[in-house]
Design a protein around this ligand. Structure first.
Ligand SMILES: [Zn+2]
Length: 244
């Protein structure tokens, strides 16, 4: 077991304070980044929906245009048929042209019924699209504002993080590199807590009891003792008040 002094333990406790802040900020920044990404995903989803609305509107508009064009062609045909009928020579020819006129008229009427439906649908979809476009614009602005707000908060935290990193380094210099590295290694595997108090034979890192013999050794404070359960460095603080 590695020897350690009370002074070194005190430095490690100081180091832990900076480490705790550092880990808190790391987590905060990670959460903030996730929040920003989630907002982005929400906006993208809305964008996909908006594109669908745009496509729907485009399709119904095309249907309207095509139907209008077809009606016009039929109208022109009827006019031509009516001219043709003046020029026919036989009854058979007359009947053939008349049949064509009837067919074209029927088809035209069908299309005119259809286009009423199309135009209603187009109007509805245009209204929806306008609404969705406005919603999208508002959402985009809202998300931008929220992301800016997050960035503003992050900026503060990033500054603090630099401060605690510097503090850690400064405190770390006072320790043997081996001990400093050990601290960092434990912290990395133990949710950012490398050194914990032990009291009444209980580790305050994992809240498990440690063997009485080990507890005595922690109290002696001359060896580096790790918790057998959570592997964190243990230390003991003498309590001034003794309850009888
Ligand atoms: Zn423990």
């Amino acid at each position: 077991m590695q020897n350690i002094t009370r002074k070194e333990i005190d430095i490690l406790i100081k180091l832990q304070k900076a480490e705790t802040e550092k880990v808190r900020i790391d987590l905060f920044l990670k959460d903030a980044e996730k929040e920003k990404t989630d907002l982005e995903i929400g906006l993208k989803k809305f964008e996909t929906d908006l594109n669908k609305h745009k496509q729907d509107f485009k399709k119904i508009k095309e249907n309207c245009d095509e139907t209008e064009k077809a009606i016009k062609i039929l109208e022109e045909r009827v006019i031509k048929n009516k001219n043709d009928i003046m020029l026919v020579k036989t009854n058979k020819e007359y009947q053939a042209v008349q049949r064509e006129i009837d067919n074209n008229k029927t088809r035209k009427e069908q299309l005119e019924t259809l286009i009423i439906e199309y135009l209603e649908e187009k109007e509805l979809k245009e209204k929806n699209l306008k609404k969705e476009k406005l919603n999208y614009k508002q959402l985009k602005q809202k998300i931008k504002d929220e992301q800016n707000e997050i960035d503003k908060k992050n900026k503060k935290e990033i500054k603090l993080l630099a401060k605690y990193n510097k503090q850690k380094k400064k405190i770390g210099i006072e320790l043997e590199p081996e001990l400093y590295n050990k601290f960092n290694e434990i912290s990395e595997h133990s949710n950012g807590i490398a050194i914990v108090e032990v009291n009444n034979e209980m580790c305050k890192g994992c809240f498990m009891n440690i063997p009485p013999q080990l507890y005595i050794e922690v109290q002696r404070c001359n060896k580096l003792i790790l918790c057998p359960q959570c592997n964190r460095i243990l230390y003991y603080v003498e309590k001034d008040v003794k309850v009888e």
